[in-house]
Design a protein around this ligand. Structure first.
Ligand code: PGA
Length: 251
């Protein structure tokens, strides 16, 4: 049995004060509940502060990106070791907003995956097709390319520290979620694709989150699918009550 994992992607939202309060509310709302693994991913400037608010709780701290070098003359970038230094356990990589708005390639994302693992971070790797690609029947082809490229040279043992988030781009921030059947189909495909690449045993253990307009009212039907092992939540993770309701849907 794979334990469900729900992570909040706060994107470029919150202030120092609201981030701290949101983290405190999530911690308080969860109490000693541990049936679902939970993490929150605030913007870089608030990582330390949110980390303090999470101390002593089971909620993990995650970042939304990194630069794949230990240190150096990379103005404006943040290294994996810096993230570990401020208490991060997770990092989101390959998010569609970075792939499509900032032009990140699978090759670059693959470098980030290796750099994150080398520093001791667990990775949440996002994959997913655009609406155009889905309508052109290219979903599987796109997932093939993203899995092969982003997870190049990742073997079974390293896969244990990776979570894949299937996030159809057309469902992100649009209020239009994939149907439970569409999500299940894509998740099963990704798992089988990863089994070919990294081994069947590791693929069976792999957590695959669904992301894209997950809300309290659609979470349980999505999380009930056999290959949907959790959720990566954007908009709804900015309200503690909504985020907690989604976590509870995974119990
Ligand atoms: P959303 O975002 O829940 O607001 O659609 C999900 C994500 O981008 O991770």
């Amino acid at each position: 049995m794979r334990k469900k994992f729900v992570a909040g992607n706060w994107k470029m939202f919150t202030t120092a004060a609201s981030a701290e309060k949101l983290a405190q509310d999530v911690v308080r709302g969860l109490g000693s509940e541990s049936r679902v693994q939970v993490a929150v991913c605030p913007p870089f400037p608030y990582l330390s502060r949110v980390g303090q608010a999470l101390k002593g709780s089971g909620v993990g701290l995650g970042a939304q990106n990194l630069y794949p070098e230990k240190e150096g003359a990379f103005t404006g970038e943040v290294s994996p070791t810096m993230l570990v230094d401020v208490g991060c356990r997770h990092v989101i990589l390959g998010h569609s907003e970075r792939r499509h708005k900032l032009g990140e390639s699978d090759g670059f994302i693959n470098r980030k995956v290796h750099a994150a693992l080398a520093a001791g971070l667990d990775v949440i790797l996002c994959v997913g097709e655009t609406l155009e690609e889905r309508e052109a029947d290219q979903t599987e082809k796109v997932l093939d390319a993203q899995v092969a490229g982003s997870l190049k040279d990742i073997r079974g043992d390293a896969l244990a520290r990776i979570v894949v988030a299937y996030e159809p781009v057309w469902a992100i921030g649009t209020g239009k979620n994939a149907s439970p059947e569409q999500a299940q189909q894509a998740h099963a495909y990704v798992r089988q694709r990863i089994a070919q690449q990294c081994g069947a045993d590791a693929a069976q253990k792999l957590i695959i989150q669904y992301g894209g307009s997950v809300k309290p009212d659609n979470a349980s039907s999505l999380l009930r699918q056999p290959d949907v092992d959790g959720a990566l939540v954007g908009g709804a993770s900015l309200k503690a009550d909504d985020f907690l309701a989604i976590v509870r849907a995974g119990m």
